[in-house]
Design a protein around this ligand. Structure first.
Ligand code: LLP
Length: 429
């Protein structure tokens, strides 16, 4: 039995690939492919790293549900005591539908609409993470029209380089996110003066798939400098929200282990005399990334026809199911669900059926495969299903939750009818 990189719940037993007590090849055959499979125990184990480090202090872990917003996933985190980080009304409705607590939910995002603000105020969200001065004014007006005050924190842009992919780096001056560090005190004064607002805290989020602690410590220092300056201006701040962004192992990355990472940040908070404040985190990928795989069946093998050609392994999952390789050139590990001894290993480009050359899941992968085999794309629990689309009129995949050998279907495969259920033909004539 060998454990694979990423998740301790994923292991080779003989030729088979097992995830949280279930044999993946058997699940693929029973439920069909493409199929997302998540491990409940892997999610809870990832969460426990945050919980252990934060035990004994005022805190709130707001799962950033953009990573994976399936109701059963939200339900798992809600039952474990988590709040949520949301960026749309749709995400808020999901929290409510899954039994989550809006009172533990923070609302982030640069483009909140007045209608979204209204709904979030009615639901009673814990805090709005506000990203611009104009947004403060609009939120104040909406809150006044409802006769309430809106709890706010300002998302400040600490201008630190998170050292990650440019598309998922958010804490630099050139990014659209947050309020510039040097303007923050002035904007806090404005917030405190607006009648519909109640200043609660401060927050920052510097990027995603960050594998070092140093950018966080730099951002934290800058945020704490601001906390001191804002309080010196007579505006108390109750919580510090450090966002999400902790990376995971896809291949050979070595991100810090969660518990040690959080402990390091808490130590710095204590050293600087801010230990009494509520600490919040908004983790997404680090809670679910390595708790999910995407299963696909090999449809056809199209070996190279000569010089400069490539070997294509065509599978039934595509960029519409998992866009990270196409969009970020993300490297995600691909493992056969059943190892073969009867077929030579060759380098394959694992590609999907979508009509785009960019439709690939992995390139140059050494695999021994035959048509009909099942493959697993690992570390697909975060930003997989939530970024899936219906491109090429492909129905989205089914999803399963496994838990100590038991599998539950948590989302049915989309069929053709559901694809165009909301569309209308033009009237006759
Ligand atoms: N909080 C805020 C305000 C965020 O914008 C994000 C992610 C998170 C928390 C959660 O970050 P995490 O812990 O998951 O790194 N689609 C990209 C990732 C985009 C991340 C966007 N913001 C990918 O597939 O790599």
């Amino acid at each position: 039995m060998t454990t694979l990189p990423g998740s301790p719940w994923l292991e080779r037993r003989g030729a088979g690939l097992w995830f949280d007590g279930c044999e993946l090849g058997a699940l693929a055959r029973e439920f069909g492919t493409p199929l997302y499979v998540y491990s409940r125990r892997a999610m809870l184990a990832a969460l426990a790293g945050y919980q252990r480090a934060l035990a004994g202090r005022e805190h709130l872990i707001c799962y950033a549900m953009k990573a994976n917003s399936s109701l059963a996933v939200l339900q798992t985190f809600a039952r474990a005591g988590c709040g949520f980080d949301i960026v749309s009304v749709g995400e808020l409705e999901r929290v409510i539908a899954a039994g989550g607590d809006p009172g533990k939910t923070v609302f982030s995002g640069v483009g909140k609409t007045p209608a979204a603000m209204r709904r979030a105020l009615q639901a009673g969200v814990r805090c709005f993470n506000v990203e611009s001065e104009r947004e403060l004014e609009v939120l104040s007006g909406v809150a006044q029209s409802l006769g309430v005050t809106a709890p706010v924190s300002l998302r400040v842009n600490p201008d630190v380089d998170a050292g990650t992919h440019p598309y998922i780096s958010t804490g630099l001056r050139g990014n659209k996110f947050g309020i510039a560090h040097e303007r923050a005190v002035g904007v806090y004064r404005r917030a405190a003066a607006l009648p519909g607002l109640r200043v609660e805290g401060i927050d920052c989020h510097i990027g995603s798939q960050i594998t070092q602690v140093e950018p966080y410590l730099d951002a934290l220092d800058r945020v704490l400098d601001l906390v001191e300056a804002v309080e010196a201006a007579g505006i108390p701040l109750h919580h510090v929200d450090l966002g999400g962004g902790l990376g995971i192992t896809y291949t050979d990355e070595t991100p810090p282990a969660t518990e040690g990472f959080v402990t390091r940040l808490l130590q710095r908070i204590d050293e600087r005399g801010h230990g009494h404040r509520t600490v919040m985190f908004e983790p997404g990928r680090s809670l679910v990334g390595n708790a999910g795989v995407l299963l696909a069946e090999v449809l056809y093998l199209k070996p190279s026809t000569g010089e400069g050609g490539r070997n294509f392994c065509i599978v039934d999952a595509a960029m519409n199911d998992l866009v990270r390789p196409a969009m970020y050139e993300a490297w995600m590990r691909i493992e056969p669900c059943h190892l073969r001894a009867d077929t030579p290993t060759q380098d394959w480009d694992v590609v999907g059926p979508v009509c785009e050359s960019g439709d690939w899941l992995g390139r140059d992968r050494a695999l021994a495969v035959q048509p009909g085999d099942m493959l697993a794309v690992l570390s697909a629990g975060a930003y997989g299903m939530t970024m899936a689309s219906n491109y090429n009129s492909r129905g989205r995949a089914a999803e399963l939750m496994v838990d100590d050998g038991r599998a539950s279907l948590i989302r049915e495969r989309e069929d053709a009818r559901s694809l165009f259920a909301l569309e209308r033909l033009l009237p006759a004539g």
